[in-house]
Write a protein that binds this ligand. Structure first.
Ligand code: SF4
Ligand code: SF4
Length: 742
């Protein structure tokens, strides 16, 4: 050992002690931070299933690989982070002695090849990610960039660290080769051997580069430890936990059913709930569960959610990424105050700290105090020092969400945006009575009339008028030969466009001799819009009444099949009523019709002339597709109908929402381009004559979009004549095919 290698070694050890020490301390701080959230005790098990999902999603990169080359590049970088840890141990030894190698392992040819390969793929992977970040930089693509609003300095730092470490590995190995110290055959270290043939035999360079490698690694550790909210770095550790503790132990994303309202870790029984003791949604950041706090801390700022969000894509202020980042920054800023014993006592609504303690805290941490006093929801408010002392989340942002689930579907670390957004809406509606004025009418209509439009329930069977057969209405219990309860839904009963779908489905079932009956005037709204708008009281009221009605209708029958045309009803009936004693086998009409076509109980008369085939496109309803993963049956049905399907660029799991979900159907859209217009333009750009869908709400939104474009054709459809384009439900197209009316 020479004096310079001893010096290098001592410096390296000093960095390692400080770096690892700070990192371990920071890990404990994050743990304490996350525990500030409310209890949520049902996320730990079953351990086996959760571990499997975690390993599949992280090591298999199942979510990330959907993003093609980015996913592959990220996989190599992630593997490199773990697999190259031993090169840090080696580098530490090499600072003391240039010929150091890990005993036994260090001179194995396979190990040499392994490190060579992983180091190379790490360098190539990070270079790919660097290029992608630059190509998608907001300066090139503006707000379309998924990185718009992300912290670039932190991202550049992480990228340079990884690149630097990868290059140092080759530098060390290259100089080792030049000095004849590389213990591997050429095939096991081809790049390093080649580098060595060019480099001078400077022994000291091995220790110096090894020291640089250690310093880079430990500077990373120190910076990360000093920045607990640096998700771009911390997700390397936290993502594993976030995926493990995801809402669904089956491994599904947090879509479909909404998370029930929890208070103290248990589902809140609204009949027993006490506003002085219980938590009603999230009115402050500390009202989110610990999983919420873990979500906020884990966000990598990758912006995949943002890139898919219909609100953000139509120039509205909501970005799921920015929403999560705002909650993250606020949670970290407020945490010291909460740890000091601060917060609002739910029983009294008063501050928990004594006046003296509060004054002392405010004196010691004035900025933290300022942050702690900011409301969770509210518009911006700038104080005389230019600081925003207004809300963390703007009300416009909160109410822009259509609950389409595109963010949840794409998030690589399983953040549960929709549940968090609805939790905030719940508090605003049930405790603050603060919501867009249009929702007041919706809530009143649902409460008084049992449907969102405030129509008379006696008109619920209007859709069946003039049908060439009698539609059986259940008066007591469903009859034996009625296999299905046909749930019509409010849109299917009251909206003229929805009624056409209902009639088509009824006709098709009748033609295929499927026994069905309806509830007629006994049907009411399932409560979906109330729940997504945050009015859990109203949802529970409607849902309990509906479950009772349906259970009565089925009586003692064990086979409880329901067919629905509305994906929102489909979702609520199949995924949310189980908690209230309503367990049914629910099927969407596209699934049933597809089955009937396959079984040849419905025969489509296809056009003989292929040139006469109509061009159609299909819009995936969010609550059928993303929330319930029904993508194939409607497409198979379309294919079977003898038409030519052209997909829109955003389809299936990445389909763009029509803008109606999350009770947005009943709210004004005041900012940016209307979402339904954006989607209609995309549909028209396919050149389709017919825009098909499988949801009455999507049908309304797309029809409105089409009407707007037909009034101003120059603005959409690339100037082609769109006068004859129409929006249809898949069932209507099938009916025409079966009747040979095309
Ligand atoms: S659910 Fe849809 S609209 Fe809401 S934040 Fe996510 S992507 Fe945006
Ligand atoms: S997709 Fe997930 S990790 Fe990426 S920015 Fe959005 S919330 Fe964060």
């Amino acid at each position: 050992m020479t004096w310079w290698s001893l010096l290098c070694g001592v410096i390296a050890v000093a960095f390692l002690i400080v770096g690892f020490g700070m990192l371990i301390r920071a890990g404990v701080q994050i743990y304490r931070h996350v525990r500030l959230g409310r209890p949520d005790p049902h996320r730990a098990g079953p351990v086996g299933a959760r571990l499997k999902t975690m390993l599949k999603e992280s090591l298999g990169h199942t979510r990330m690989l959907k993003w093609g080359i980015v996913g592959a590049a990220h996989w190599f970088v992630m593997i490199g982070f773990g697999a190259l840890f031993l090169t840090l141990v080696e580098a530490t030894g090499e600072t003391f002695s240039p010929s150091f190698e890990i005993p036994w392992l260090g001179n194995q040819a396979w190990y040499g090849l392994f490190v060579e390969f992983i180091a190379l793929t790490t360098v190539l992977g990070i270079l790919t990610l660097i290029v992608i970040r630059q190509r998608q930089h907001p300066r090139n693509v503006g707000l379309k960039s998924r990185f718009a609003g992300s912290n670039f300095v932190q991202a550049y730092f992480v990228e340079l660290v990884i690149l630097g470490i990868g290059l140092c590995i080759f530098g060390i190995r290259g100089f080792k080769a030049a000095n004849g110290l590389l213990p591997y055959p050429t095939w096991a270290a081809p790049i390093s051997t080649w580098l060595g043939s060019w480099l001078p035999a400077w022994l000291w360079a091995i220790s110096v580069i090894a020291l640089i490698k250690v310093i880079i690694s430990m500077v990373w550790a120190i910076v990360v430890a000093r920045n607990l909210s640096m998700g771009v770095a911390w997700h390397r550790f936290l993502a594993f936990f976030n995926i493990y503790f995801k809402r669904e132990d089956s491994g599904r994303t947090a879509l479909g059913a909404l998370k029930p309202m929890l208070s103290n870790g248990e589902v809140l029984d609204l009949d027993e709930a006490d506003p002085e003791k219980d938590t009603f949604g999230a009115g402050r950041v500390e009202d989110f569960s610990w999983k919420g706090w873990l979500d906020f801390s884990t966000c990598t700022e990758c912006g995949r959610c943002q890139s898919q969000c219909p609100a953000w894509n139509t120039a509205k202020p909501l970005s799921p990424k920015l929403l999560v980042l705002a909650l993250r920054d606020h949670s970290f800023a407020k945490a010291p105050y909460l740890r000091a014993g601060g917060g609002v006592d739910p029983a009294t609504g008063e501050e928990k700290m004594s006046e003296a303690d509060l004054a002392a805290y405010a004196h010691a941490d004035p900025l933290g105090m300022l942050e702690a006093q900011r409301p969770l929801i509210g518009g911006p408010e700038i104080d005389d020092q230019g600081r925003n002392v207004g809300g963390i989340i703007d009300p416009e942002v909160l109410w822009d969400c259509t609950t389409c689930g595109a963010c949840v579907e794409q998030c690589p670390v399983d953040i549960e945006h929709v549940d968090h957004i609805v939790d905030m809406r719940r508090y605003q509606v049930m405790i603050e009575s603060e919501f867009p004025s249009e929702l007041g009418g919706l809530f009143r209509n649902l409460e008084n009339k049992g449907n969102p439009w405030g129509q008379n329930n006696k008109d619920r069977m209007e859709w069946a008028k003039d049908l060439p057969f009698e539609v059986p209405v259940i008066t007591d219990t469903i009859e034996r030969d009625h296999e299905y309860l046909f749930w019509v839904g409010c849109a299917g009963a009251f909206d003229d466009r929805g009624k056409k779908t209902t009639r088509a489905v009824a006709e098709l079932m009748h033609m295929a001799a499927v026994g069905f009956a309806v509830l007629g005037t006994n049907e009411t709204c399932t409560g979906d819009p109330a729940r997504r708008a945050g009015n859990e009281f109203l949802f529970q009221m409607l849902a309990q009444a509906t479950v009772e009605t349906i259970n009565d209708a089925f009586g003692e029958r064990t086979s409880r099949k329901i067919v629905v045309t509305c994906p929102h009803c489909f979702n609520t009936l199949s995924n949310e009523y189980g908690d209230l004693g309503g367990n049914y086998e629910v099927i969407h009409h596209t699934q049933l019709l597809n089955r009937l076509v396959r079984d040849r109980r419905l025969i489509v008369r296809k056009p003989v002339d292929r040139a006469a085939r109509q061009d159609v496109t299909y819009h995936d309803p969010c609550y059928l597709g993303r929330h319930n993963k029904v993508y194939t049956p409607p497409r198979e049905l379309i294919e079977a109908s003898g038409v030519t399907l052209t997909e829109m660029p955003r389809n299936s799991a990445r389909a763009l929402c029509c803008g109606a979900g999350g009770a947005r159907m009943w709210m004004e859209e005041k900012i940016g381009k209307r979402i339904n217009l954006e989607r209609t333009d995309e549909a028209l750009d396919t050149g389709a004559d017919k825009i098909l869908t499988g949801c009455p709400f999507c049908k309304v939104m797309l029809t409105d979009g089409l009407t707007a474009r037909q009034g101003a054709p120059a603005e959409g459809a690339g100037g082609r004549d769109i006068a004859d384009v129409e929006v249809l439900d898949v069932a209507q197209m099938l009916l025409a095919g079966v009747k040979g009316e095309r």
